[in-house]
Design a protein around this ligand. Sequence first.
Ligand code: AMP
Ligand code: MG
Length: 506
Amino acid sequence: MTGQRTPTPLSDLSLQSHFQQLPDHHYQQVQPSPLRNPYLVSVNSDVAHKLGLDLCTLHPDELAEFGSGSRLFNSSQPIAMKYTGHQFGAYNPQLGDGRGLLLGEHLGPDGLLRDFHLKGAGKTAYSRFGDGRAVLRSSIREYLAGAAMAGLGIPTTEALCLVGSSDTVIRDGFPEPCATVLRVTPCHIRFGHFEHLYHSHRFNELQQLSQYVIDRYYPDCAKSDNPPLLLIRQIIQRSASLVAQWQAYGFVHGVMNTDNMSIIGETFDFGPFQFMDSYKADQVSNHSDHQSRYAFKRQPDIMLWNLFCLAQCFMPLVTGDGAEEAKTAQGLLEYELAEFSGYYKACYLNLMRQRLGLSVDPKQDQGDQQLIDELWRLLEAQQTDITLFFRLLSETPEKEQRHKLAGITTQAKAFEIWLDRYHQRLLVENSDTALRLTAMQKVNPIYLLRNYMAQEAIERAYQGDMGRVNELLILLRDPFNKHKVLEQYVGPAPQWASGISLSCSS
Ligand code: AMP
Ligand code: MG
């Protein structure tokens, strides 16, 4: 219960269509092509709660119909959005929603408008050579990843439900079951929406889009002397904060193309992502990323590169046109982009200090960055599990840490010098151990969506058992507390997990 409003049954839910007030070259109206024999795989009750939906009256079959496109919500006017983007560094003007439809916007009991987007809803004008479908495998990963990110407190899209079907499509030469994910987030506007308008010289429409984004997502920018300039500054800040959170939790996005970047700084469009078990700075998640463009350690630089692409589209927005103005605009935008590194470093240091139970007063340096860098080097050299390591620090008083490390690493001795320095640093802090450990346990999860966990859930689902998806959902939504189910997921990944390979084929 929300306490603010009586929960709404699904069939009474009405969607709004603010985005459709923009000119129609932003989108194309398309009806979903429903999947055959849809069945509910899972519903995320946290998301239902946020939306003010009454789970007691949510009949699984009804949800499967809405969640597969065979039934439309009241007043829904589905559209495929047009956007472009830089994919692996090259501009592609041909993009757009090729298999997902924006069904409309839902006003939640919290007063927030959230988009309902159906991924896997069939072909659109932007499908190019694609079939408009998503397979169960990638849909399970996207569904669980949204829940896992939200559980960690990292900004993300989520999904209300995951629906399976008897329809199949061919992937890598084999038939695979189709599925749909009903994605829920306040925003489906990507960097690529701005790129589409800028590169096709539609500057009036660019102006309209910028105004729309300010009105809906960044209302305080309207008060500024130069709203678009404040807008790009805030997008840069949110994007820096997002990538700092990915780096602090060992998340590899996999395909950081500008069409996969949300302008509100949420983790968006999960493809071949992974949370690393043990730290590897060079980790590449997508096996077709032959140049390692999207390797873990490059993610902050790539985010900045993506923001550069976005900032270019702001040139006509921040000043008038004309050569002199263009020079001024370039100077202003370059200044904003130069601030990225400072935002990123501050967010990252703050998060890592929290993970280590250190004071987050930004004025105190204490050599923390060096301590953190050294720790990652050590974790990488020893191939020690990141999640187990931080949780151990959060559950163990200093005196016992050295001894306990022996349980999670083959070379506990290698950590001795680092632990001494860490303990020295804690002395400066002079914090209460019990209080510090409690605070650390709120930022250092017991559970993470490890690759092999998703893989096991997928394998079972392909044998008709959807139970594991739902069990994982429970752990991932609340990863900081121990759960009675699935005891094995408290421990490290098994040996076979290192062989899992991820592709874009989804
Ligand atoms: P992604 O790699 O999922 O971020 O998608 C990149 C582009 O390809 C977007 O324009 C997608 O809508 C489109 N796309 C991906 N998969 C399909 C598919 N199976 N059918 C149609 N379009 C697709
Ligand atoms: Mg995408």
